[in-house]
Structure formats: structure tokens, C-alpha cells
Design a protein around this ligand. Structure first.
Ligand code: KG4
Ligand code: ZN
Length: 431
């Protein structure tokens, strides 16, 4: 960014008397000024070091990244990344059990932070006693997370303040009890370490996830279309510019990942069922099995960009019921037909949106984008002149790297950053 493009963002934070002033002078120079009730602070960083926290579902994830530059020209390097999946614990419930997710996040997030700081070579033991004010502040903040409070106080009192410039945390969408753990934890760190907290939209994270490559957030040409497919979402989103989103299509009932998980359950497969269905479907293709079943392609020809997967799931249910019992071959064939149906609908609607909105770039994102068949059909069936981004398989599911990328983009986009007290979990947060 040129000097002339200097921007200053000041947010006066009332109750807590915190204000942030973020100034970007050049692509390599960023400063953040802030004030809270414990005093003034100013962080000037050539390269901004961001701690990112993700607890929206059943993954506790923390990353540290360093970033600089303006939107469209962001250097982004991951210094450390940790992820703890609770999937095995939720198996017996056949899906994510929110109270259990919350408890696990609260138990694991402090040790995971220590581990992540350690990986980034930022962890240093030191006697850093908290003031009485800080302790009472944290106690109030973490009233509903007593165990987390105890662990965090012990950690902070024995850890030197790391060299971090900002914290990014997922504010939604997701499971609110789970989101709150990450948010309150991040607020506590923001207060004690005196650094700003940036709330992040998880779905923006999934979009940026696809663009993280070669220590950068890859520049893209607009308009861009993103198809977000996860356990909670099936959305077509048009981006006219960085951080400017228009949702043009949504699922009217189940998300595609949810349908994969539910069908998997009907076939007697373990949670999360998406990868299991994918394996069976792949076997059906490799073994060249016949295609004796035909499932509907819901809303494939409707004149909008919405989706519906609950009818498809119900069709599978009737098919299974009518068959009575299933052989391994039946299961493979059903999985394949289901996967074909879901991917055909996703592809057809995407192609229509590409035409209608004169799209130059296509982004696939979200947990379901790990699906090999879906990746393959998008790679092979989109118009040649569309530049396409699919996330690295390790970045398809929930992770904190994408939250760091989104946090830095928020700073670089000059978006207004919420005051600390106003940052809340929003299970239905929209782009
Ligand atoms: O994005 P994500 O990790 O969490 C949410 O934000 O929802 O997505 C999780 C979803 C689950 O429904 C899971 O079954 C699905 O992604 N999934 C897959 C595959 N891997 C994960 N679905 C189909 N095929 C896969 N290979
Ligand atoms: Zn997700």
C-alpha cells in the first residue's frame, strides 16, 4: 500500500475503555494502537504475528502465522499449527454432541496453546503473576468455564508474554457453546497480553483456506464464485472483491456434509460418515460395479442456486428399507449413487452460477471438499478459462490456519473491528 493510501481505523471501546487504531503505511508496515483499562499500547510490526483460535465444532485448533501486505498481495506464513479432533468421542452419539464438545475444548485449549507456542518457539517459562484486576476480570469472563479459568491462570502466571501482535478467533457460525469457549479464552489472552482481538467468520476462513499456498494468500481475479460445502453449510457465494460476499444460493434443509453423515449412518458406517461413503463409492467405481439404483437429483433444474439434500437422504432411507438387508456390494452401489447425485447437483448449479455472474475464479471450500470424487468432477468439468482453487486436503476441514488468514484479511480490509465486549458467539453468523 502506498503512503497516500494510509488508513486509520479508530474504534472507541466504551465500557471497557478500549480503543484500537490500526494503521497500514506500506505493504510491509502495520501498526496497531490500542487502549484498555490496564493502559495504552501500540504495536508496530513489519510483519504481523497472529495467534488464531478455532472451536466452532469438534476440532480445537490453534495456529500462529505471520503476515504482511495488503489485500490481493498478502504474504502469509504458518509458524505453528495444532489441531485436536474430538471426532472419536462423538462417535457414540452419531454426530457432534454440543455439551461434550464444549467440555473438551475447555479442557484442551490451554495445553494446546502451550504446545503451539512451543512449536513456534514462542513459549518461555517465566514468573508472570497476574494483577488482582486481571484475575477478577478473567474470573468474571470465565464464570461458566471454571476448569478453563484454573488452567489458564496457571499457564499465564508461568509464561512470558509471547511476541504476538493480534489474536483472531472464530465468532461463528457453529455450535454456540463450543464457540464461546474459544471466544472467552481469546478475550482472556487479549486482556492479559494487551493485544487486539479480531472476530472471524468461519466460512470466510474456508474460502481463504483454498487460497493459502506458497507462503501467500493467492491473488485472485473477481468476480469469484465460492462453493462452500461442509457439515453445516452448502452455499454459493459471489465475491465481487476481497471481503465482499453475496450469498446467491443456500441449502433449504440439510447441508451436503450432513447428508453424507446421515446416509453413512443408515449404511451402518461410523461418524464422520463423509469419508466412509467416499471410500465405498470409490470401491464401487474401481470394481466397476453395476448401477442398479437410481436416486433423485434434487433441485438440479430449478431456476435458482439453492440446494436441498433432505429428500435425497430420505430416498436412500426408503431404498434401504425396501431392500430389507444390504450386502457389502449394495452398500458400495448406494454410496456411489448417492455421491454421484450430490456431486451432479453441486456441479450443475455451480456451472450455471459461473455463467450468470460472469465468474473468473472458482473456489471450492469446506470439509466436504476433501471428497475425492467431488474434487475430480470439479477439476474436470468446469470451463477451461476459469481459474480454480481447491484447498490442500489438510486444509479442507476445520483448522486455525484459515482463521489466521481471515483475521489478517480483516485487518488489511480496514474493516471495523468490534470492541472486545461486543464480540459474541453467533451460531448463525452469515458472510
Ligand atoms: O468444514 P467441516 O470440517 O466442518 C464444518 O464446518 O461443518 O466439514 C465437516 C463435514 C462432515 O459432514 C464430514 O462428513 C464431511 O465434512 N467430510 C466429507 C469428507 N470428508 C469430510 N464428506 C464427503 N467426503 C469426504 N471425503
Ligand atoms: Zn467448517
Amino acid at each position: 500500500m502506498e503512503n497516500s493510501a494510509l488508513f486509520v481505523l479508530i474504534i472507541a471501546l466504551s465500557e471497557r475503555k478500549i480503543s484500537f487504531q490500526i494503521t497500514t503505511r506500506s505493504a510491509h508496515e502495520i501498526s496497531i494502537c490500542f487502549e484498555n483499562r490496564f493502559g495504552f499500547g501500540k504495536i508496530e510490526a513489519l510483519i504481523m504475528k497472529i495467534l488464531a483460535i478455532e472451536t466452532s465444532c469438534d476440532e480445537t485448533a490453534i495456529s500462529i502465522a505471520e503476515a504482511y501486505g495488503e489485500l490481493g498481495n498478502i504474504s502469509f506464513k504458518v509458524l505453528a499449527d495444532s489441531l485436536l479432533s474430538q471426532a472419536m468421542l462423538h462417535r457414540e452419539y452419531g454426530g457432534v454432541y454440543p455439551t461434550l464438545a464444549k467440555r473438551e475444548h475447555a479442557k484442551n485449549i490451554t495445553p494446546l496453546l502451550q504446545q503451539t507456542l512451543d512449536k513456534a518457539k514462542m513459549f518461555e517459562k517465566a514468573n508472570s503473576p497476574l494483577t488482582r484486576d486481571q484475575i477478577s476480570e478473567l474470573k468474571e469472563l470465565l464464570t461458566r468455564e471454571q476448569e478453563l479459568f484454573v488452567l489458564l491462570i496457571a499457564f499465564l502466571g508461568n509464561t512470558k508474554k509471547p511476541d504476538l501482535d493480534a489474536i483472531a478467533v472464530t465468532a461463528g457460525p457453529g455450535l454456540e457453546p463450543a464457540l464461546w469457549v474459544g471466544i472467552n479464552f481469546a478475550k482472556a489472552l487479549s486482556i492479559v497480553w494487551d493485544i487486539p482481538l479480531i472476530p472471524v467468520n468461519h466460512m470466510e476462513g474456508h474460502i481463504l483456506s483454498s487460497l493459502i499456498k506458497d507462503d501467500a494468500i493467492t491473488p485472485i481475479e473477481f468476480p469469484t464464485l465460492a462453493l462452500l460445502i461442509s457439515g453445516g453449510h452448502t452455499q454459493l457465494v459471489v465475491m465481487k472483491d476481497w471481503s465482499r460476499y453475496e450469498i446467491i444460493g443456500n441449502t433449504r434443509d440439510d447441508a451436503v456434509g450432513e447428508a453424507f453423515d446421515k446416509v453413512a449412518r443408515m449404511l451402518g458406517l461410523e461418524y464422520p460418515g463423509g469419508p466412509e461413503i467416499s471410500k465405498l463409492a470409490q470401491s464401487a467405481r474401481e470394481e466397476n460395479l453395476e448401477k442398479p439404483y437410481s436416486l433423485p437429483r434434487p433441485m438440479i433444474n430449478t431456476d435458482d442456486f439453492d440446494f436441498s439434500f433432505s429428500g435425497l437422504k430420505t430416498a436412500v432411507m426408503y431404498l434401504i428399507r425396501d431392500k430389507g438387508s444390504l450386502t457389502d456390494t449394495d452398500k458400495k452401489q448406494i454410496a456411489r449413487e448417492f455421491e454421484d447425485s450430490a456431486s451432479e447437483v453441486l456441479l450443475k448449479k455451480t456451472k450455471r452460477a459461473i455463467e450468470k455472474y460472469n465468474i473468473k475464479t472458482f473456489i471450492l471450500g469446506g470439509g466436504v471438499s476433501a471428497n475425492k470424487h467431488i474434487r475430480y468432477i470439479f477439476e474436470t468439468h468446469l470451463p477451461q478459462d476459469i481459474e480454480m482453487f481447491i484447498p490442500h486436503v489438510e486444509l479442507t476441514g476445520d483448522n486455525a490456519i484459515m482463521i489466521a488468514a481471515s483475521g489478517y484479511s480483516t485487518i488489511a480490509s480496514k474493516e471495523k473491528i468490534s470492541k472486545l465486549d461486543a464480540i459474541e458467539a453467533n451460531g448463525n453468523l452469515s458472510l
